[in-house]
Write a protein that binds this ligand. Structure first.
Ligand code: UN1
Length: 517
């Protein structure tokens, strides 16, 4: 533990979160079942070792599943509002530990401390949302066609929900799933990204503490660690009726096929290729803020990051100059230092992908307007810090069609009607987030109409990233079609049952069928 940064209070944060190096005995509860290979987590901030966890073996997984399936028997019969009370306590614990967890997120994943705090705030928000929802898991009542009959539907818990999460939101996405799954009466088994396993341990510790204090089985929240092979244990397991997976489209296709192969359910939140349309009626100042935060926030590693700016030719140069100017103000460096806007990429593999994208855009005829590059020297020793770059490009370029998880923004030009911009915006395989900057009501409404954006999220005068938890989150096409977090996303965590009750002394058959004995 001596290796980690002592500046910025990381050591204290880890202590507060109960994270110990595996050699000193790892975290609490069901995580103790992990006995496989050691996974070391290095910080992209300074390249230092944060802590280690052990991967979950097949035998460990069986123990976890036993803990989870047995906990489900207790949890499912607890009234939903009481489960909501547990989630309320969990939200309170997150409030207490917000700074520590936000710091760990920033240190392990590399996003700015502000964004780390924002991520924990999303967890708190979804807990509040789930608490209220725990009194509203309602179905409909229908009128039966038969006299003296009542028909209604109710929602029951599913069982074990498997969660596979990505490195870029190492804590919030888990909580969107767990907060809802828990109030629905499900138990959760979580495989965090092997690139941010310590965040997983910290969250598991917080959850375990709450369940323990309420004399509830810790198996309500389980943690497994490792790479895709560990995820595969869940996707193939018929005891896991729902697998919720966040990550690349490539990964999502594998998960979807495996889970569908056994007729399980999957909830997929995969890649995006998000664009902001900038029309002649756009407020340029607002456009610049939305576009720059969207493109460089989390160093371009959000699934909602802005990858394309589709600008009308009449204002193209003006917008381009304003955005290029704004990029000059960006400070790149240690994300725990609040003076910096942009932290590192997750690892050096991500740096290579960023470099390849910049090479490819030039090869395909693009024109770099803000030069990229990997930073070196003091403060950049981890080799993960890169300069946010901008290239003028065309929508049909292969690299533009591809989601590169890095701060590379493509400028695209459209002419004529807003329809042309919408066609470009929709002209990619992914369908997560989209935005239009305009003060023209007609353009805005056309963007939102049936013939408008084909994405799960469509914003007006807001960027593509930074969705609130109250709405359903997810997207279409290669984004996978799933919806998490707000609105009625809870329904995917439950099974629907239709009940018909006959309170007469006759047994009439539906559809008027006669069957006299
Ligand atoms: C993600 O990148 O996987 O809308 C999630 C946003 C955040 C969530 C992003 N609230 O940018």
């Amino acid at each position: 533990m001596d290796a980690i940064a002592t500046d910025f209070g990381i050591k204290e944060a880890l202590q507060q979160l109960g994270v110990k190096d595996i050699n000193e005995g790892t975290s609490t509860g069901v995580n103790n079942f992990s006995n496989g290979d050691v996974i070391e987590s290095y910080s992209p901030v300074d390249g230092k070792l944060i802590a280690k966890v052990k991967a979950t073996t097949k035998d460990d997984y069986e123990k976890v599943m036993q803990a989870a399936t047995s906990a489900f028997k207790t949890w499912r019969v607890m009234p939903a509002p009481q489960r909501g009370e547990i989630v309320r306590q969990f939200g309170d614990k997150l409030r207490e530990k917000k700074e520590a967890l936000g710091k760990l997120v920033s240190y392990e994943m590399g996003k700015s401390y502000q964004e780390g705090l924002g991520e924990v705030q999303e967890m708190i928000d979804i807990c509040d949302f789930a608490v209220g929802l725990s009194r509203q898991l309602h179905g409909l009542t229908m009128h039966s066609e038969r006299p003296g009959h009542r028909m209604y539907e109710q929602y029951h818990p599913l069982g074990v929900v498997g969660i596979i999460s990505a490195f870029n939101f190492p804590v919030a996405v888990w909580s969107w799933n767990t907060a809802l799954a828990w109030i629905c009466g499900d138990v959760c088994v979580w495989k965090p990204s092997e690139k941010a396993p310590i965040c997983g341990v910290a969250c598991q510790n917080i959850a375990a503490e709450v369940f323990k204090a309420n004399n509830l089985p810790e198996g309500i929240s389980c943690l497994i660690n490792g790479d895709y092979r560990v995820g595969e244990m869940m996707t193939k397991d018929t005891r896991v009726p729902l697998v919720s997976a966040t990550g690349s489209t490539r990964m999502g296709k594998i998960v979807a096929q495996e889970v569908a192969g056994r007729l399980g359910k999957s909830l997929l939140e995969l890649g995006g290729n998000n664009a902001i349309i900038v029309t002649p009626d756009a407020d340029i100042k607002m456009t610049v803020i939305g576009a720059v935060f969207g493109a460089v926030g989390t160093a371009g590693q959000r699934c909602t990051s802005t990858r394309r700016l589709i600008i009308h030719d009449s204002i193209y140069d003006k917008v381009k100059d304003a955005v290029v100017d704004a990029y000059k103000q960006l400070r790149i460096g240690n994300p725990l230092d609040e003076n910096n806007h942009v932290g590192p990429l997750i690892d050096t593999d991500a740096v290579k992908m960023y470099q390849n994208a910049l090479t490819q855009v030039v090869e395909e005829g693009g024109n770099i307007v803000v030069e990229g590059g990997v930073l070196s020297g003091e403060g950049y020793e981890s080799g993960c810090y890169v300069k946010p770059a901008i290239a003028e490009a065309r929508n049909d370029m292969k690299i533009v069609q591809h989601e590169t998880f890095a701060p590379v923004l493509y400028l695209l030009k459209y002419s004529g009607d807003v329809e042309n911009a919408i066609e470009m915006q929709n002209g990619v395989a992914q369908g997560l987030s989209s935005a239009i900057m305009t003060n023209n009501l007609r353009e805005a409404e056309r963007f939102l109409s049936h013939a408008g954006s084909d994405c799960g999220i469509a914003n007006v005068n807001i960027g593509t990233s930074g969705a609130e938890i109250g709405g359903a989150f997810g997207g279409e096409k290669e984004t996978g079609g799933g919806r998490e977090s707000g609105s009625d996303a809870w329904k995917v965590y439950m099974r629907r049952q239709t009940n018909t009750i006959n309170y007469t002394t006759e047994l009439p058959l539906a559809q008027g069928i006669k069957f006299d004995l």
